[in-house]
Design a protein around this ligand. Structure first.
Ligand code: ADP
Ligand code: MG
Length: 548
């Protein structure tokens, strides 16, 4: 802060000086002196008891203080001013003295005096000392202002750092969660595979047992027992199948087509209406669902899967609003993406629940919940190369925000054709597990189909070449010649023969291509007879491409 001497003096003369002396003559003298020297802001008082009040209003830069005064002497005044002063503030006090003793000087210094001016005043000395004190005061004020600025900057930086730290923690949490989910996914795939094979047997024999019971004994009890076995196995298969939704490579579910999230959101509201309207009436509390859907560009995906995802989210939101409330489905275009938000005004989640809610089997609903809804949602998001973020606070509702990349093909989605009714067929069933083969063959035979079985690819091909078939149902994983190779061999010989392939869970590696040209339908194991019939209906009814 470099100043010319002229400017320096000019600013000093604008600083505030307070004059305290009980002797009016002294006051007049000093007042005149300061006025002559160009000081414009001078205030004087003769009653020292007013110093504190004047200081808080006038805020002097320098006090010229007499020591010997009635009522309140200079020492008492300094004591009171010391209380008023900020800890780091430099408030110069120049004591006006006649001739005083050394000990009085010391006492004045320790009471807070900065300098002395001896009466009668030498004009030049007085102006010099006053100017010096004012200059020092001015520097202190400037430094204090600078310090304040620095402190402000430091606290801004600290706030920013804290913000970054919070963001970092959130990202770290996300990474940890992603890792945990992917480890769980791997485990789930393994378990699902083994469970499925067992369930296929239980289901198959359950169905056979039931038919035999009906045919032979006609016993209601036995038929019901068998039905219980079938129902339990189907339930378990359903759980396994939903679990599998949580971790299924994107290429296993069939082709992805351009779909409109906005349209799906509207459809899902209509689709779930019976449930939330029923809940709403049952509780006598209103549940409202709003959609705020923009005309968004299509994303690449599977309509059925996305609809299922939305259904899950809506049901969760309904569950979270025991007192009623509002659910809002919102879609809009983001940066190269379509954003979908599902917001409810429900009970919200604690931080712990929010972090774990995507995990399979995580539920806070006890026996009422399966904990698979959001795991399935997560799987769907993954397969659609999307991202999910959850914002929730207890008592403040929840928002699920999804971001999906925009589809780049520029095509329109096509509806799946209807299922055609089955007619008697010549079918070759191939599975390296004779039991499974047998179960399937028996059931198909009862549906009036003609069935031959083979327990390996080579045997199957021999039988295929020797006979006449409309359809081959084959397992995928078999030693020597696997299902894919068999399908290829079949299609080379007789392209019009349909091939349905049964796959256990996890038999598709991520990124593996499905041999779509040789396979007409993929059927996940364990398939119930209803599913097998549907599959047959579809491949025989219409020449549709690969789907699952
Ligand atoms: P389920 O609904 O069977 O419990 P989900 O996987 O669908 O399983 O959900 C897991 C858990 O996440 C729920 O039990 C609940 O605690 C929490 N949750 C999910 N959606 C919401 C929501 N909209 N509001 C509050 N909590 C929710
Ligand atoms: Mg749920």
């Amino acid at each position: 802060m470099l100043e010319t001497p002229l400017r320096d003096m000019a600013t000093l003369r604008e600083m505030r000086i307070l004059l305290v002396d009980d002797e009016p003559l002294n006051v007049a003298l000093l007042d005149a002196l300061l006025g002559d020297e160009g000081f414009t802001q001078v205030r004087s008082i003769t009653d020292s008891r007013k110093v504190v009040a004047v200081c808080s209003e006038f805020v002097p830069d320098l006090i010229l203080l007499d020591l010997m005064m009635p009522h309140l002497d200079g020492f008492a005044v300094m004591q009171r001013l010391a209380v008023l002063r900020e800890p780091d503030e430099f408030m110069p006090i120049m004591v006006l003295t006649a001739d005083i003793t050394e000990s009085t000087k010391k006492r004045a210094l320790s009471a807070g005096a900065t300098d002395f001016l001896t009466k009668p005043f030498d004009r030049t000395e007085a102006v010099l000392r006053i100017s010096n004190l004012l200059r020092t005061r001015r520097m202190h004020v400037a430094i204090a202002a600078q310090n304040e600025q620095l402190e402000q900057k430091v606290s801004e930086r600290t706030a920013k750092l804290e913000e970054t730290l919070v963001e970092l923690r959130a990202t770290q949490q996300q990474v940890v969660q992603r890792e945990r989910l992917s480890a769980l996914g791997a485990m789930v795939t393994g378990i699902a595979h083994d469970f499925n094979n067992s369930l296929a047997l239980i289901l198959g024999y359950g169905e056979l047992l039931q038919r035999e019971c009906r045919r032979l004994s006609g016993s209601r009890d036995l038929t019901d027992y068998a039905q219980t076995i079938i129902t339990a196995a189907l339930d378990a298969a359903g759980t396994v199948s939903r679990l599998r939704e949580f971790h299924r490579p994107s290429d296993e579910g069939g082709a992805q087509v351009p779909v409109s999230l906005s349209q799906l959101a509207e459809q899902s509201v209509a689709f779930t209406r019976p449930r939330w309207e029923a809940e709403s009436h049952a509780r006598g509390l209103p549940i409202e669902i709003h959609t705020e859907c923009m005309a968004t560009p299509p994303i690449s995906g599977q309509a059925a899967e996305l609809r299922e995802m939305l259904t899950n989210l809506i049901f969760n939101a309904v569950d979270a609003m025991p007192q009623g409330g509002t659910i809002t489905l919102r879609t809009y275009e983001g940066i190269d993406s379509v954003v979908l938000e599902v917001t409810d005004t429900g009970v919200g989640m604690t931080e712990e629940v929010r972090r774990r809610c995507l995990e399979p089997f995580f539920t806070t609903k006890g026996a009422r919940g399966s904990g698979l809804g959001l795991a399935m949602v997560y799987g769907t998001v993954q397969r659609h190369r999307g991202e999910v973020e959850i914002e929730s606070k207890p008592g403040r509702g929840t928002t699920f925000q999804f971001t999906f990349p925009i589809d780049t093909s520029g095509e329109q989605a096509v509806d799946t054709p209807d299922v055609a009714a089955p007619k008697p067929l010549r079918i070759l069933v191939v599975d390296d597990q004779p039991v499974l083969c047998e179960v399937l063959a028996e059931s198909l035979t009862r549906d009036w189909h003609t069935v031959e079985v083979a327990t390996n690819g080579r045997e199957a091909l021999e039988k295929f070449e020797a006979g006449e078939f409309d359809l081959v149902i084959t397992d995928k994983a078999m030693p020597e010649m696997n299902g894919d190779q068999l399908a290829a061999a079949v299609k080379v010989r007789r392209p019009e023969v349909k091939v349905v392939m049964l796959t256990g869970f996890g038999e598709f590696e991520e990124g593996e291509e499905i041999e779509s040209e040789f396979i007409d339908f993929l059927l996940p194991k364990p398939a119930t007879m209803v599913e097998v019939r549907n599959a047959i209906g579809r491949v025989m009814g219409a020449a549709i491409g690969i789907t699952a």
